[in-house]
Design a protein around this ligand. Structure first.
Ligand SMILES: Cc1cc2nc3c(=O)[nH]c(=O)nc-3n(C[C@H](O)[C@H](O)[C@H](O)COP(=O)(O)O)c2cc1C
Length: 213
């Protein structure tokens, strides 16, 4: 199957079969797909909660306007961005750059340290609202990659912004971890009575969507 076949197969699933669970092996693959997502500066200033506990799903459901996917999915991915970036967050990632690349032939300590200094100058001086927005955008890149990965593995998903972030933050005690919930991705397996899977996709024409110059 080609990637476009997979993307035509996928749709925003509204009814998951709650009796079907994604295997642990496939969850490991999905986590790897998220992990390999690119991020600005390569800093991954986000954390992803993977919820399977039925009680916690029930608790989260009202915060997502009781949309069925929250409770019925196999695993609920909650993408959370950092609330703000602290100097120590950058230091931690720079230390990881050193650890990971110290055996590379091209390893150059000074150039990594310089990269960290440049990052600090750029990120720490951002106006707070702009920084928060920038941090949230990173989550969407990982979200998109995970959705494509799911489709490739014939796992259903539904991107969801229809939820109250402040309520989810309270339930997961995110503020204390310098995190805020940004977007949800319930994943699992569709039921045959989810009418949306049978609808033809509505997309703009190439002429409207693209402009070649
Ligand atoms: C960022 C984002 C947020 C969305 N939020 C919701 C949501 O809260 N609930 C829902 O049922 N669908 C949600 N959707 C699904 C869209 O309605 C759906 O992707 C769109 O209609 C295109 O249909 P398709 O994904 O089936 O091709 C969301 C999609 C995106 C990308």
């Amino acid at each position: 199957m080609s990637l476009t076949d997979s993307l035509n197969w996928r749709y925003a699933t509204t009814k998951f079969d709650s009796s079907k669970s994604i295997s642990d092996q496939d969850i490991v693959k999905l986590k790897e797909i998220v992990k390999l997502s690119p991020s600005s500066w390569g800093f991954q200033f986000y954390k992803i909660f993977v919820i399977t506990d039925p009680k916690l799903k029930q608790q989260l459901s009202p915060a997502a306007y009781s949309q069925d996917q929250i409770v019925d999915c196999s695993h609920l991915f909650i993408f959370c961005s950092y609330n703000n970036v602290r100097e120590e967050d950058i230091d931690q990632m720079i230390a990881q750059f050193h650890n990971t690349r110290s055996n590379d032939d091209s390893y150059n300590k000074e150039s990594i340290d310089k990269y960290g200094d440049g990052a600090k100058k750029s990120i720490l001086k951002m106006e707070p609202n702009r920084q928060a927005e920038w941090l949230k955008k990173q989550c969407y890149i990982a979200l998109g990659q995970l959705m494509v990965g799911c489709a490739d593995m014939r796992i259903d998903s539904c991107p969801m912004e229809g939820f109250k972030s402040d309520e989810v933050d309270l339930i997961l005690d995110l503020k204390a971890q310098n995190l805020t919930s940004v977007v949800l991705l319930p994943v699992g397996y569709r039921t045959s009575n989810d009418k949306y899977q049978y609808k033809t996709k509505v997309r703009k024409s190439d002429e409207l969507l693209f402009e070649e110059q």
